[in-house]
Design a protein around this ligand. Structure first.
Ligand SMILES: *Cc1c(COP(=O)(O)O)cnc(C)c1O
Length: 493
């Protein structure tokens, strides 16, 4: 709107100034900032101090009757104190507490303190980490982290990578990159074959759907007794599919399955993929960072042969949720699937010393995620992370041994830090028994374990990956299990 009359302009300036008065108070001054920060610091310290007393699982907070007006936002703001009280009561004291060392469910994440500081500072400076031209330092930092991860995997220098919000998005990017690289046309989808196993993470199904490929042929390749994909079965299936005129496209293998921690035989699988011209993907969201340990390196040999790899720093590096990584062996493939030049982005071509995250991912504006990973690694050094991962591997072996002594069955082999177990009671339905046992532990609340189903059998799982899980927590779980079994034995005589 173009204003012609002087008085109209004058009126507009009055309006602007009036709004400015209120709008300026969005910028809290030094005194207010200090006060807010102190309150938040007290809250956080209190949370961490109480971590040992707090339950890992709280059954409250699910009641449908709770219609908390406290969640609502309104025109007028609120003071910090009651707001933090509300947060404590309605958010931080209900459900699962993933910050607790007692969290042995699903695949636990971490929440290393220095990472929170990285998030804080990234939000303060609000560095535009998507484009090298806009923030060379932030992009260089993220790319350095990717180069570090690529080196762990054993990738060549011309790999491409991206720091994502998590493993699901990282798998999605890898999948869409594979589709582009293998030039799968829409008309061929119905005869294109995707090879997975029953241990593949369900985010792969979401990726297939998001990429518009749910009409593709999906083959569940048989696994051996340890839930690792069987290369012979894969080879035979590919052959059969070729004979039927189908187009074998991609193999989704897993290095550390969520369910049981199984590592597929990467080397043999990669040889088949190479020979058969399949895209070879390794989902290492859970297991990938065990590459920091000698054991992990040994067990994941062949990961360097993958066309794409996914790693989750919010699992294996104990960071708070919100950070994953995708690595693609040939950067050009990742670029081809993700880069696009818009007119209003023309300035960004001026500097190309580092490739920009925005050219390697569907995201443009994004959180400066690198800092939440870089700061903890920079301040602590990698040595401590390695020791922590080795500790988890040790704890899993310890638990596996001790739980058998109580009379539980476990899998013959466990590859990483997930132990799957069940009790077979004499003269009682095993499913109901183990399900009651899971409930007993959840209701106790100090330790959280999850359950799964293997070959139709109801199983209990202990996933040991929180950086706060030590021998004390594993011993507590063992004593809870012992207690339950002993009580049952007493009652059944
Ligand atoms: C956790 C996990 C995912 C999904 O990652 P998110 O970070 O939860 O999105 C994918 N694959 C495996 C093997 C996982 O363990």
């Amino acid at each position: 709107m173009l204003l012609n009359k002087e008085d109209e302009v004058k009126h507009l300036i009055e309006e602007i100034d009036k709004n400015e008065l209120t709008s300026k108070s969005l910028e809290s001054d030094k005194g207010v900032r200090k006060q807010l920060f102190e309150k938040v610091e007290t809250y956080s310290e209190d949370f961490l101090d109480k971590l040992l007393e707090l339950n890992t699982y709280e059954t409250t907070g699910y009641e449908p009757s709770i219609k908390d007006s406290g969640f609502l936002i309104a025109e007028k703001g609120n003071p910090i104190e009651p707001t933090l009280n509300f947060l404590k009561e309605r958010v931080d004291s209900t459900g699962l507490n993933p910050a607790s060392g007692g969290h042995l469910g699903y695949i636990p994440g971490g929440s290393i303190f220095e990472s929170a500081l990285g998030d804080y500072m990234a939000a303060i400076s609000n560095r535009y980490a998507g484009v090298f031209y806009a923030s060379p330092g932030a992009v260089r930092m993220e790319n350095t982290l990717l180069r570090w991860a690529a080196q762990l995997v054993g990738y060549p220098k011309d790999f491409g990578g991206n720091i994502t919000s998590g493993g699901s998005l990282a798998n999605l990017i890898a999948f869409s990159t594979a589709r582009k690289a293998k030039n799968i046309r829409g008309a061929d989808i119905h005869r294109t074959v995707i090879y997975v196993s029953q241990q593949s993470h369900h985010c792969i199904w979401k990726a297939i759907q998001t990429c518009g490929m749910e009409e593709a042929v999906i083959r569940n390749i048989e696994m051996d007794d340890h839930y690792r994909m069987d290369p012979k079965a894969l080879k035979a299936q590919i052959q059969k599919d070729r004979e039927e005129g189908l187009i074998p496209f991609i193999l989704i293998s897993t290095a550390g399955s969520t369910d049981v921690g199984a590592i597929d035989p990467l080397k043999s699988l990669s040889e088949i993929c190479q020979r058969e011209n399949l895209w070879f993907h390794v989902d290492g969201a859970y297991g990938g960072f065990f590459l920091l340990t000698d054991y992990g390196k040994e067990r994941m040999q062949g990961i360097e042969l993958a066309d794409s790899v996914v790693l989750d720093p919010h699992k294996g590096l104990f960071l708070p949720y919100g950070i994953g990584m995708v690595l693609v062996k040939d950067m050009e493939h990742l670029k081809a699937a993700n880069s696009y030049q818009a007119n209003y982005m023309q300035d960004t071509k001026a500097h190309q010393e580092e490739v920009s995250p925005a050219d390697l991912s569907p995201e443009l504006s994004k959180h400066f995620r690198g800092l939440r990973m870089w700061l903890p690694l920079k301040l602590h050094g990698t040595e401590k992370f390695k020791a922590c991962l080795n500790e988890k591997l040790g704890l899993a072996s310890y638990f596996n041994t001790e739980v058998q002594k109580i009379g539980f069955n476990t899998l013959a082999e466990h590859d990483l830090s997930v132990v799957v177990f069940r009790y077979v009671p004499n003269g009682k339905d095993a499913e109901a028994f183990n399900s009651d046992l899971a409930k007993y532990i959840q209701e106790d609340g100090r330790i959280f374990i999850s359950t799964t189903r293997l070959d139709g059998k109801f199983m209990l799982r202990a996933a040991i990956l929180s950086f706060r899980t030590h021998r004390k927590e594993v011993d507590l779980l063992l004593s809870l299990l012992r207690e339950f079994i002993e009580r049952w034995k007493m009652e059944s005589v």
